[in-house]
Design a protein around this ligand. Sequence first.
Ligand code: RP5
Length: 172
Amino acid sequence: MTDYKQLVAILMGSGSDLEVMMEAGKMLRQFGIGFDVEVTSAHRSPDRTRQYIKDAEARGVKVFVVGAGAAAHLAGVVAAETTLPVIGVPLSGSALNGLDALYSTVMMPGGVPVATMAIGKAGATNAGIFAAEILAVSDAALAAKLKEFKAAQAKKVEEASREAKRKVAEGV
Ligand code: RP5
């Protein structure tokens, strides 16, 4: 997906997951982290999924970000096949609005961890940030970018507060 080394692999169970999962990609782009995107399913293409994980490890991927909806087993399957960190994003869209995917992703048995984010776009955004935080443990320049990101968020909250006070003072 980028010219530079792909340190993160973003996997998803269906092409219908792409829009939401690209929220993770946007964060990685913002931090200058190369990533790959792959559609592969725990249920519909199990052999392909297993092969992708092996190939990604061999290419030097360091973190997997994995989104799936409904009976969302993809993150757990990836975690079963690798010792690299796996960040799971439960996706909504099913009849149970993502609660099924949340439980499927978060309720891993002891010994096979999946760091589970929130359901949907917020979770995908956080997965991108969390992947950056993992990589930043051994990358001071990336850690500095994360600090800047947090400072910019805090500034936005201050601005929103000033704006709210101004509106109230004007009688809104
Ligand atoms: C899951 O089932 C996918 O991750 C997707 O979120 C959901 C529905 O997939 P499609 O039927 O749209 O391919 O495996």
